[in-house]
Write a protein of this length. Structure first.
Length: 301
C-alpha cells in the first residue's frame, strides 16, 4: 500500500500533535482516519494539524484542525507552534501567517527555538463563547459540581479563544482533583452548547499559574495552548495576576513552560513556548494507514 501524505509526530509541551502535509491536495484528512490514527498507540494524538495551500492572499497556509475523536477544532496553540517549527525547518522562514476557521494567526520562531503565536483577542460576550444562559459578567458564572453547600468546583471564568473555555480556580494542587471524572461532565454541561475546554488553575505567584486541562474532543491532555491563554487572561481579568504570566502545565512539568502576554495595547494574547519533533512518516488521509519514514512498506511496530 502506498501512503502518499507526509506527516510528523510532534508535541507542544507534551500536547500530542500530528502535523500532516496536505499541500497540493484537494482531499481531506477524514474523521475515520483521525480515529484510526488515534487508536494506534504509536500515532495517538490530541490534535491533527492538517496544512493546506493558502486560501487567502498574504497567508502561508490554511490549517484544518481535528481532535482525536474526529471532530473539528477551531484553535490549537500548541499545534500551531509545531506547524511553525516544521515549516521553518523546511523553508528557513521565521515568520508565518496562517488562516484557520477561528481567524488569522501570526507566528514567529525565535533564535532560542521557542515560538510565539498571536492567538488574537479573547471573547467575553456570553453569546459568542457561547453559553446557554445570559451572563453580564463572564469572569465568574454560576456553575458548580459537587454538593450545593460544599462544591468541589464552582464559579468558573469563561471565555473564548476561538474555542470555548471554562477556568475553575482551585487552592490545592490541580493534580489532586479527579478531572478524569469531572471533565466529561463539565465539557458536555448544558451551559456549553458547543461543549467547552475545562481547566483547573492554581495561582502560584502574582505572575505564575499551574494548570491542568480536560480538552474538548480530546479528553485529559498533557497540555492545551488555548487553555493556557484562557487561564492567563482570566487570571489577569479577575485580578489574580498581571497581564504577563508563566504557566506550568502540571501534567507535563518537565517539558518547559508557556509564557502568556495579554497585550495591553491591542488586547491580543501572545503565547510563547517550545515545540518538539519526534519522528516522521507517511499516511493515507482517507484511512489513517501509515508507515515510518525509514520504512519501505510495512508499518512500524
Amino acid at each position: 500500500m502506498s501512503y502518499t501524505v507526509e506527516f510528523a509526530k510532534m508535541n507542544g509541551l507534551g500536547n500530542k500533535i500530528l502535523v500532516v502535509d496536505m499541500r497540493g491536495r484537494k482531499d481531506k484528512v477524514t474523521p475515520e482516519a483521525a480515529i484510526a490514527l488515534n487508536a494506534d498507540p504509536a500515532t495517538q494524538f490530541d490534535q491533527i494539524m492538517a496544512v493546506y495551500d493558502p486560501k487567502a492572499d498574504g497567508t502561508d497556509a490554511w490549517i484544518d484542525i481535528l481532535n482525536c475523536d474526529g471532530s473539528k477544532a477551531q484553535a490549537c496553540g500548541n499545534g500551531t507552534r509545531c506547524v511553525v517549527q516544521a515549516l521553518a525547518a523546511e523553508t528557513g522562514k521565521k515568520t508565518f501567517t496562517f488562516q484557520t476557521v477561528a481567524g488569522i494567526l501570526n507566528a514567529v520562531e525565535h533564535a532560542d527555538g521557542t515560538i510565539s503565536v498571536d492567538m488574537g483577542k479573547p471573547v467575553f460576550a456570553w453569546d459568542r463563547i457561547p453559553l446557554a444562559e445570559e451572563f453580564y459578567d463572564t469572569s465568574r458564572i454560576e456553575l458548580q459540581i459537587g454538593p450545593i453547600d460544599n462544591p468541589v468546583l464552582h464559579s468558573p471564568s469563561v471565555m473564548s479563544m476561538g474555542n470555548p473555555h471554562a477556568v475553575f480556580w482551585v487552592d490545592q494542587d490541580v493534580m489532586s482533583y479527579d478531572l478524569h471524572r469531572f471533565g466529561p461532565l463539565l465539557e458536555n454541561h448544558p451551559m456549553f452548547p458547543e461543549k467547552a475546554n475545562i481547566t483547573l488553575a492554581q495561582v502560584t505567584s502574582p505572575s505564575s499559574l499551574t494548570t491542568r486541562t480536560w480538552e474538548r474532543g480530546a479528553g485529559l491532555t498533557l497540555a492545551c495552548g488555548s487553555a493556557a491563554c484562557a487561564s492567563g487572561v482570566s487570571a489577569a481579568r479577575t485580578g489574580r495576576t498581571g497581564r504577563n504570566v508563566t504557566i506550568t502545565v502540571a501534567s507535563s512539568p518537565n517539558r518547559g513552560s508557556l509564557t502568556i502576554e495579554w497585550r495591553e495595547r491591542d488586547d491580543h494574547v501572545i503565547m510563547t513556548g517550545p515545540a518538539e519533533w519526534e519522528w516522521s512518516g507517511t499516511l493515507d488521509p482517507s484511512t489513517g494507514a501509515w508507515a515510518r519514514e525509514t520504512e519501505a512498506g510495512a508499518k512500524a511496530q
